[in-house]
Ligand binder design. Sequence first.
Ligand code: BTN
Length: 272
Amino acid sequence: MKHDTSTPFDGKISDGEIYARLSTRFMGRSIFLYDSCTSTNQCAAESFPAPDGSVFVAECQTAGRGRRGRSWSSDDKGGIYMSLLLKPHFSPAFSAPITLVAGLAVCTATRSLCRIDAAIKWPNDIVCNGKKICGILSEISTEKGQIKYITIGIGINVNNDTFGTELSEKATSLLIETGKSFSRAEIIAEVLNRFEKYYVEFSKNGFAVLKEEYEKFCITLGKEVSVSQKDGAYRAHALGISPDGGLVIMCENGVKIVSSGEVSVRGIYGYI
Ligand code: BTN
């Protein structure tokens, strides 16, 4: 799709532009901006005890991290690389669905701001037209059985106009999907506004209260999937989401629930 040159160039992200659009009580009230850093998740962790809800944003990362030990491509060609630092009072066991909560915030924010048909590939990849526009990496630090902090790292492909040959098969950007460039500051603020609402709900009442909305956008449901775990892969049919964010599947052995920490799930005909 052709780049619409009538839209303004999205220069460097400024904290003023983010603050101007924030309607949150604590999320994003302290913003740390970097031209370049190793990984915003690392910056967030190293900044502890920065205030709850602090946000770390970089123009590029030299050691961007993905899930399952993979790297995250992080050049300065228009992506969002941001991490939230959270200091919740709930237990580590309760925290598992937090990454789905972040996925829901990114999915609904990009749908509403960018008018795209974004969906969630369980547990938390945001996809559009079969390709990934956002990945989320949550990392938890505990002390004496309690949560010290959680970092939620969010990478969104916004104004990237191309990807390398290998990545282009599975990655897309908001620019590629819509032909328009977007203000990354505006997207960051919208994600933070939505994330705070969902996070407060989740902290009070658990993931069960967000399950229905999450299911509405979850593209994995109703699909034949391949479930991979340490000792191999098996086929299943994805039925729904459990109250604590697991994937309910029907497999050879009947109905069961798998958690995102244990397994990875792919469609049997490709990534979704
Ligand atoms: C995935 O593998 O899908 C998760 C990718 C998460 C990337 C983001 S970019 C900002 C933050 N910093 C990192 O090093 N990783 C996360």
